[in-house]
Ligand binder design. Sequence first.
Ligand code: SF4
Length: 218
Amino acid sequence: MTDINREKLTLPNNGKKLLLHSCCAPCSGEVMEAIIASDIDFTIFFYNPNIHPRKEYELRKDENIRFAEKYNIPIIDADYDTDNWYARAKGMEFEPERGIRCTMCFDMRFERTALYAYEHGFDTISSSLGISRWKNFEQINDCGERAAAKYEGLTYWTHNWRKKGGSKRMLDISKREKFYMQEYCGCAYSLRDTNHWRLQNGRERIKIGEKYYGEDNG
Ligand code: SF4
């Protein structure tokens, strides 16, 4: 655990039990440590049907499981639901990041998180997605609140994990834990677009499974 004096966080609406959607270990490391330090009862929900290819999906998931087990935090391994994801992304293949395809992608992840939370006695949901500086925080919160609003008694916690040094600690924890370093958001279209950008800028294509934090990579 990072050795700092942390602010004690509390769940909104007097919540008692949090289901934290996690996208990956680097994003959830700091979020998990902040929640553990606040003595909040929580479970991780790994549901990311967008991650392509399967090898990348398994790498991201395994890293997340490894970190959750280190702290004895329960983790739910939800389905790799690519068929449904591609069906919903139809017609949005060339949308830019932070656009409507990403709204659909967040919606899908939070709809499943909210349903699981409702069926298993959680009163609060949130996500590690919002800590990434590559993401639109408001877009994520809108999707989370929309999903939670469908269930009575369920709240989406809009806490900004980036603030008060959160972004820096996210990086420090990733280096300390030598997490696998993903180099694109996750879906096949983000991999295509990131590779396109890299080739145009004289860089090599992404090699799945090769980069880890703390190995002179960042
Ligand atoms: S770029 Fe990221 S958030 Fe957007 S659709 Fe692809 S995986 Fe989902």
